[in-house]
Design a protein around this ligand. Structure first.
Ligand SMILES: NC(=O)c1ccc[n+]([C@@H]2O[C@H](COP(=O)([O-])OP(=O)(O)OC[C@H]3O[C@@H](n4cnc5c(N)ncnc54)[C@H](OP(=O)(O)O)[C@@H]3O)[C@@H](O)[C@H]2O)c1
Length: 335
């Protein structure tokens, strides 16, 4: 059994803990929270033995080998770096970093700790349907483009409208639609089509200065991919990858619940499988496999790292195209 600790005690951590336990590979031993009572409540609910409110003590005294980090975006880099320095494997929520310099710094710390593994928790790339779409793309006679839409009204936008500034809508915490739901779309685009040649992002800003929604255009050699992302309105559109007469149609490009190939004659073929009830189960299994047998799964691990590197670069380039900078950033010198 792999022992893990957690940073962040919101619902996404509970969902990951549930997936980890369901996989049969993981045991939660240690909970970090800024508040002792929050840590204790989470630990009690999930049968964890240890709680900490001090990060250094969490890393130095906690009896775990892997940390799952689900703190606000702007904290991921420093917490991941600290964890690696303590020799812990890291599963860090997306987005892992906010710029390439941070990614390279993590690479440097990893180089000094060659046995440590760092995973960006991009859950959908571990799911069968993500791979099915990729296989189907390779069978298309030609790709003419894609339109991927992920727009979900966030209950936290109510707080923005009420004059507050929740983390995910704050420049102080590297928030915004692109850094949230946009990460899934970036993983789709880069995972399925590779890195684009040219990108542009057209955001609609909220009162707090982040992109509440936006449209990204990714130009490839022979086609363009359009990403519609938003947290300030709902969209009920499906997403599609266009061949010539045929297309791949998805109910949602992050959830990938239903994936269909629409052939040249207009017939629809289901090419997906029913998704797991817990969408984090596949990644929990994959991360455990790499840690348990690093040599066997090294190629997978390196491919995920490369994808993560490219996705974070794409997100940064999109932000830069829209002159969207987070608190404390010096964008002109970041690339
Ligand atoms: N993979 C997925 O499906 C998925 C879904 C949702 C979110 N996420 C990712 O998960 C991460 C967390 O998202 P979230 O919406 O849960 O964020 P959040 O509510 O803003 O914060 C998450 C946790 O971090 C701690 N925290 C909150 N504010 C903090 C602050 N100012 N300083 C230090 N710690 C603070 C809190 O834990 P304590 O109070 O216990 O310290 C909180 O529970 C994000 O990176 C997001 O992209 C992923």
């Amino acid at each position: 059994m792999l022992k893990f600790g957690i940073i962040g005690t919101n619902w996404i951590t509970q969902q990951f803990v549930d997936a980890a336990v369901e996989s049969g590979e993981w045991q939660l031993t240690t909970v970090y929270s800024r508040h002792a009572d929050t840590a204790q409540a989470f630990a009690d609910k999930n049968h964890a033995a240890e709680t900490f409110t001090d990060l250094d003590e969490f890393f130095s005294q906690g009896s775990f080998d892997t940390v799952y980090i689900a703190s606000p975006n702007s904290l991921h880099f420093a917490q991941a770096k600290q964890a690696i320095a303590y020799g812990k494997h890291v599963i860090v929520e997306k987005p892992a970093v906010t710029n390439q310099r941070e990614f390279e710094q993590l690479d440097a710390v990893l180089a000094a700790h060659p046995d440590v593994r760092l995973f960006e928790a991009a859950r959908q790339i571990h799911e069968v349907n993500f791979k099915r779409v990729k296989e189907q793309i390779s069978k298309l006679a030609m790709v003419q483009g894609a339109t991927l839409t992920y727009m979900k009204y966030s209950s936290r936008y109510d707080a923005v409208l009420a004059g507050e500034e929740p983390n995910i809508f704050s420049l102080n915490y590297a928030g915004g639609a692109l850094q949230d739901l946009g990460v899934y779309l970036a993983y789709d685009a880069v995972g399925w089509f590779g890195m684009p040649e040219e990108v542009a992002y057209y955001p609609t800003l909220t009162r707090t200065g982040v992109d509440g929604k936006g449209v990204a255009i990714l130009r490839y050699a022979d086609f363009t991919v359009t990403l519609n992302v938003g947290k300030t309105s709902n969209s009920f559109l499906p997403s599609e990858i266009n061949g010539a007469r045929d297309a791949i149609v998805m109910d949602n490009p992050a959830e990938l619940g239903q994936v269909t190939y629409q052939d040249n004659d207009g017939n629809a073929h289901n090419i997906g499988v029913a998704p797991d009830d817990n969408p984090m189960l596949a990644e929990a299994r994959d991360f455990a496999a790499v840690i348990n047998d690093p040599a066997k799964y090294q190629a997978d691990y390196l491919a995920w790292r490369q994808l993560s590197r490219n996705v974070n670069k794409l997100l940064f380039n999109l932000r830069q195209s829209a002159h969207l900078t987070f608190t404390g950033e010096t964008p002109a010198t970041d690339e």
